[in-house]
Design a protein around this ligand. Structure first.
Ligand SMILES: [Cu+2]
Length: 123
């Protein structure tokens, strides 16, 4: 009886192993996160380099409202963030994304998304 249980245990481990190998990791499935603070009318850090599939989360620590808007295109487009407000964006394409605050155009930041191949995304 103990032998049968042992064999069943081995079988289930092998089967589970096969099953998990067959399902591909979803793009950005690693759940990498990176925080940017908005404080003193500035993005901190102003420039960040992240691997593909990273979710960047901006948090407004100022009493003044701010936005996060792409310098070109519409990759990043937050609404107005009041104090304590957050905005999250998943970067699914490699590249350099410059952004600014539409209320205070002197506030600028950059997100550099690198395709390290670590996410398993083939391009
Ligand atoms: Cu602002």
């Amino acid at each position: 009886m103990k032998k049968i249980l042992f064999v069943l245990l081995i079988l289930s481990v092998v089967l589970l192993g096969c099953t998990s190998q067959k399902s591909p990791a979803p793009a950005g499935g690693l759940g990498i996160k990176n925080d940017v603070e908005i404080s003193g009318f500035a993005f901190a850090p102003a420039s960040i380099t992240v691997p593909l599939g990273t979710t960047v989360i901006w948090t407004n620590k100022d009493a003044a409202p701010h936005t996060i808007v792409s310098d070109s295109g519409n990759e990043i487009q937050s609404g107005t963030l009041n104090q304590g407000g957050t905005f999250a964006h998943l970067f699914e394409h490699p590249g350099t994304f410059g952004y600014h605050c539409s209320i205070h155009p002197s506030m600028k930041g950059t997100v550099i998304v690198q395709d390290t191949g670590a996410t398993g995304t083939q391009r």
